[in-house]
Structure formats: C-alpha cells, structure tokens
Write a protein that binds this ligand. Structure first.
Ligand code: TRP
Length: 331
C-alpha cells in the first residue's frame, strides 16, 4: 500500500482543511508509506500573487508538520521541487482525452461561464494530478468527495497508457474517501455551506491560528437549532448545523457520531457547545504553538522540505524513465 496526496497551498488554514484532509493523513502514516506534497504547481492554474505563493507554501507545510505529519515517517515536499511531476504530466497529456477533461465537475464549476477566459492549466489540472499519483505508483489516494472524479480519471489515464503502449507501468489508484465523519466541515453560520477561507464572516470558521478565547466565542455563537440532540444519527438529517457540530466533535475526539450522541442525547447545545469548545482547544492549542516554532525557524522547515523532495525525486525517477521509454523517448 502506498499513499499519495496533495493539498493546495491556500494559506490561512482552518478546521475544514485540518479535519477534512490533514488529520486523515496523519492517521495513515502508520499504515502505509506516505508521500504528501504541497501542490504549488496546481496553484498556478488560477491567478497567483507571486509575492505570496512562497509564504503560503511554507505556512501550509508548517501546518502539516505541526498537525502531526512526521517527516521521519512520511515524505513531505513541494510539488514544484520535483520536476518529474510536470514532466510526466506532459507525457500524459498525450493520453488524456478532451472529452474526459470536459466532464470534470471541478473544471465546470471553476471555469463556469468563462471557459474561454480560463487558463489551459485549469483545464488540464487533473492530468497533472494524475502525474502526481502515477509517478509514485500510489495504491490509495486520500481525498475529499470533490476529488474522487479526478482519481477515477487517473485510473482511466493509467489504463489507457498501459494499453496504448503495451506496458504494465502505471498502477490504477483507488480513491480513499472514508476515515472521517466530518470529511466535510461546514460553516458555523450556515450548515449547508462548506467551511471556507473565502467566507466574508470570520465567525463562520475556526482558523488554526485562533486563540482559545476566540475558539470559545465562535462555538458559542455558532448557529444551531432549538432541539436537543437526538439519540440516533439519522435524526440529524435535516438539521445541518447540529449535524456539523456533532461531526466536528466526533472527528476531534476520535469517537463515532453514535458514541457522541449516546453521551449528549437529550441535552441542548448549552451543554454540548462548551464540551465542543474544550475539545477543539485541546486539539488546536498545541498545534498552534508548534506552528509558532516553525515561524521562528523557517530554515528548519526548508531543510525538511528539501530532504523530502530529494527522497521523492528518487522514488519518481524509475517511473518517469519508464514512461519516456514507453513512448519511444528513451534518454
Ligand atoms: N486537487 C487536489 C485538491 O484540490 C490537490 C491535489 C493535487 C491532489 N494533486 C493531488 C490530491 C494528487 C491527491 C493526489 O484537493
């Protein structure tokens, strides 16, 4: 089993990134060889601020490590530091079909009505993602629901390449969606909207840098409904805010939703919210102080990332060479 996943260096991390992706990665480290990278080449598919990109990459890398991604167990690196990613992506552009990419919902969502004005990179984004995965012969790719289609496309690209060039090179990966109840963390102000760094209300999200006091305040003010908590998970359907808060509590404490409901069934949010705030603070306070340490010592972070990209380059090299070979470009 080999796990590969990437995250875009968006900066300003919040609880949604942490629970939706990072903590699931942390748990996978003991079960498989893992490679985790900052998808900074993918960041170029939309407008970037060159003066901010480097800082965002560092912040995200620090957050990963502060959250428990251990550079001694996992390979952590910047995508742009391993040239094999864009190299293989180019080769795979000969395999991926326009029709396949046209069906990608992320492309349709992000380009919207402005297809003509979108970057070519936004369209071929999933081909670079396929290269990210296939380079390392990943068997499992932990991603959110919204990325499942890209992993399925990666399978199609792998199979077509293997067939077209009569090789047994690429391993079709499996998306790995499970592993968390709060895989989708919703806004604290509207249980139907994803928690997002672009929401104009800061009260809608918990940032990794929020103080204990602010976390407490945001949870106290989080939108809820007047009903007590039910004893049965299905009764949370139709109560998006309650479902979200219970999901967050479960994820943070490592309990199942059923277990959480057993503990709080019949109680109102007056009792539940302080417990939730405490659990969040217990999770985030140590993480915040580790982040502070990295901020004081950026050279250490750069050293860790450099060593990660060296190891990734080594693992990627034979796959890349075999891909060149397969298409007749033996070097
Ligand atoms: N597209 C992913 C996202 O937006 C990030 C990503 C890039 C990724 N390359 C990847 C995820 C490879 C898994 C594997 O979340």
């Amino acid at each position: 089993m080999r796990v590969v996943s990437g995250i875009q260096p968006t900066g300003d991390l919040h609880l949604g990134n942490l629970l939706g992706a990072i903590l699931r990665w942390v748990r996978m480290q003991d079960e498989a060889q893992c490679l985790f990278f900052l998808a900074d080449l993918h960041a170029l598919t939309v407008e970037v601020d060159p003066s901010r990109l480097g800082a965002s990459v560092r912040e995200m890398a620090a957050a990963l490590i502060a959250s428990g991604i251990d550079p001694n167990k996992s390979i952590v690196f910047r995508q742009s530091a391993v040239a094999a990613h864009p190299e293989l992506a180019w080769i795979l552009q000969g395999t991926a079909r326009m029709g396949w990419l046209n069906r990608m919902t992320q492309w349709k969502d992000k380009a919207g009505k402005n297809k003509e004005g979108s970057s070519v990179g936004l369209f071929t984004y999933p081909v670079l993602q396929a290269a990210d995965i296939l380079l390392y012969k990943a068997t499992h790719v932990p991603v959110g629901e919204d990325q499942k289609q890209h992993v399925e496309l990666t399978r199609d690209i792998a199979l077509k390449f293997n067939t077209d060039f009569d090789v047994d090179l690429f391993v079709p990966p499996e998306p790995y969606i499970g592993g968390g109840t709060a895989a989708r963390v919703m806004s604290l102000r509207d249980g139907n909207m994803k928690m997002s760094k672009t929401d104009p209300s800061d009260m809608s999200r918990i940032n990794l840098t929020d103080s204990d006091e602010l976390i407490g305040q945001k949870i106290r003010k989080a939108k809820t409904d007047p009903e007590p908590l039910p004893d049965d998970e299905s009764a949370l359907d139709g109560r998006p805010e309650a479902k979200n808060l219970v999901g967050i509590y479960a994820e943070v404490t490592g309990d199942s939703v059923e277990q959480v409901l057993q503990r709080f069934a019949g109680q109102g949010f007056g009792a539940f919210k302080p417990a939730l705030a405490d659990a969040l603070i217990a999770l985030l306070a140590p993480l915040r102080s580790r982040l502070e340490e990295f901020r004081k010592d950026p050279a250490e972070l750069d050293r860790l990332l450099r060593s990660g990209s060296e190891r990734a380059t080594e693992i990627a090299a034979p796959t890349l060479a075999a891909a060149y070979d397969a298409v007749g470009l033996t070097r």
